[in-house]
Ligand binder design. Structure first.
Ligand code: C2O
Ligand code: CU
Length: 477
């Protein structure tokens, strides 16, 4: 049944009826964790930091077996782009896929024409060169395709990479890339005799629920570490699967960052839930010589949404990554008391509240239409967006360009700056958002469900940011 990877897998039938996947304690973490290379860059005559990416088909070895995949500058996933606050960047993206694609900078504050959404397609054989100034705090962002109706398949084949932003804040956080500051792109695939199964049968209504979980493209890897404090930058790049990451022995970890950047101060947690698109930065403290397993746990029992979590793999227990500590470990530096500026959007200043009802592959009863603007916001305004999940399916809501505050956060990880949130079935989340990017009445940004099949099926809308009193240039019902 399972042709790959890393040993036996037990299927257990849960009370919900679906055969849950349980790999806890059943894998040997044979393969070393691949670390995405840092993308080389150069400064051009205009002082811009220039990166080159080529999206192309290739091959990738999953546990010693070569499989056809897609990637940026390589067979699977992409290099890590890295820039500092205040820098102007330019990325040349050559499309060698043989079909159209786009590249979206998830979590990046930037002009809508550079956003890489469905309105910025890159034709087969073409090169697109967006440029913008990085103007936001240190964060773990990422990039991936955003082609209208075509996201799930392109991401699933391997098109995703990290984009790290740095700033001048002194934090004391581990910062040796790939040594004690570890990018961890978590995705899941189904591998069969022919390779990566991307037939429609592999896709559920949400996306793929893969039986093989990968970190940076490596199935159940291990990582040798030489420091007592290890920073994991976790990104859920799966099309559909939700994870609840914690350590197998349930020792607490320190949560230091989420989607939009570092928390104001570190928080102690035993686990952190990530639905597709979400990120979390955690610190794991290891003792000399020990092995520590990062595991994804099923939802807490007794919580109502747990009933529905089987739809996105939430009743699976999965071993994900093992940290193997050296016999002598480099001591950790002291963490700063304050890691970042506080989340400072005051909901009392909101100009208005808007409601977004997520149901049946649509938002407020409408499916995504490229030529329709759904929402017009005024530059500089604070708004409350009330996101209501009314169709019994799990949804992850993402808004382009902005970082927002979750009002009434359900846990620590929702106290920081967010750009993507889980909206459980039957629940409503209220977000406070300040639209402080540039106004452009002609070019929309997207908001959508980040369960990628939902996005592809139309659970997406468009907003434009305008100057006060300015009309949008596209039709607006
Ligand atoms: Cu990560 Cu609109 O997407
Ligand atoms: Cu959804």
């Amino acid at each position: 049944l399972l042709v790959c990877c890393g040993g036996p897998t037990a299927a257990v039938t849960t009370v919900w009826g679906r055969a849950g996947l349980d790999t806890a304690g059943a894998v040997d973490f044979e393969w070393p964790l691949a670390i995405p290379p840092l993308a080389p860059s150069r400064l051009d005559a205009a002082g811009r930091r220039v990166f080159d990416l080529t999206a192309a088909p290739g091959t990738h070895e999953f546990a010693g077996r070569a499989v056809s995949t897609w990637g940026y500058n390589g067979g699977y996933l992409g290099p890590t782009l890295r820039a500092r606050r205040g820098e102007k960047v330019l990325v040349n993206i050559r499309n060698a896929l043989g079909e159209p694609t786009t590249v979206h900078w998830h979590g990046m504050r930037l002009p809508a024409v550079m956003d890489g959404g469905p309105h910025q397609p890159i034709a087969a054989g073409a090169t697109w060169s967006p440029s913008w100034t990085v103007d936001q705090p240190a964060a773990t962002l990422w990039y991936h395709p955003h082609l209208h109706h075509g996201v799930a398949r392109q991401v699933y084949r391997g098109l995703a990479g990290m984009f790290l932003l740095d700033d001048d804040q002194r934090t004391g956080l581990p910062s040796r890339y790939g040594v004690d500051d570890i990018p961890a792109i978590v995705s899941d695939v189904n591998l069969d005799d022919r390779g990566l199964d991307d037939t429609p049968a592999s896709f559920t209504d949400l996306g793929v629920l893969g039986r093989t979980v990968l970190v940076n493209g490596t199935p159940t890897p291990h990582l040798n570490v030489d420091a007592e404090l290890v920073r994991l930058r976790l990104l859920n790049a799966s099309t559909a699967r939700s994870y609840r990451f914690g350590l197998a022995d349930r020792r607490p970890v320190t949560l230091v960052g989420v989607d939009g950047g570092l928390l104001e101060s570190p928080a102690t947690v035993t686990d952190v839930r990530l639905t597709p698109g979400e990120r979390a930065e955690i610190l794991v403290r290891v003792r000399p010589g020990e092995s520590v397993t990062l595991r994804s746990f099923p939802p807490r029992l007794g919580s109502t949404p747990a009933l529905f979590d089987r739809f996105h793999g939430g009743d699976d227990t999965l071993d994900v990554l093992q940290l193997r500590a050296a016999a002598t470990l480099r001591p950790a530096a002291a963490l700063a008391n304050r890691l970042a500026a506080p989340v400072d959007i005051d909901p009392a200043t909101a100009a208005q509240t808007r409601r977004f009802r997520l149901a049946g592959h649509s938002i407020n009863g409408r499916q995504m239409a490229m030529d329709r603007i759904d929402t017009v916001v005024t530059r500089g305004a604070v708004e409350i967006w009330q996101i209501e999940n009314t169709d019994g399916m799990p949804h992850s809501f993402h808004i382009h360009d902005v970082r927002f505050r979750v009002l009434d956060p359900p846990d620590e990880s929702y106290r920081g700056w967010k750009d993507t949130v889980y909206v459980p079935p039957g629940r409503t989340l209220r977000l406070a958002i300040r639209f402080d990017g540039a106004a452009d009445p002609e070019h929309p940004y997207m908001y959508h469900c980040h369960k990628l099949t939902h996005e592809d099926h139309g659970m997406m809308g468009q907003f434009v940011v305008v100057e006060p009193g300015q009309p949008p240039a596209l039709s607006h019902p």
